[in-house]
Design a protein. Structure first.
Length: 96
């Protein structure tokens, strides 16, 4: 397995943020470095998922604009209510 290259970078944070990071890191028995890496990883994971959802929504909107196919809220709500009641139900068909 190839080792991942690690690169150093610098961020500027105000003193109160630095103190907060240090206190939290100490309470978690971690280093401030570890805590900041974890925070950055979590932020990137969340924002990448948010961006993927946004892209999916844009593709769905474009498809709707092109085809006009859709289901109404009432149709979906009725279908989901059946599923919630334990009934087996096919999803509503798309229509114009």
């Amino acid at each position: 397995m190839a080792a991942t290259a690690i690169h150093s970078t610098t961020i500027k944070i105000d003193e109160s943020t630095k103190i907060r990071v240090k206190k939290l890191a100490e309470s978690r028995q971690r280093t401030p470095h570890w805590l900041m890496q974890e925070a950055l990883r979590e932020y990137l994971d969340r924002e990448e998922k948010r961006e993927a959802l946004r892209q999916d929504a844009m593709r769905a909107w474009d498809e709707y604009q092109t085809t006009g196919l859709h289901v109404t809220f009432e149709e979906v709500d009725s279908w989901l209510a059946k599923l919630a009641d334990g009934q087996s139900a096919e999803p509503p068909a798309c229509h114009v």
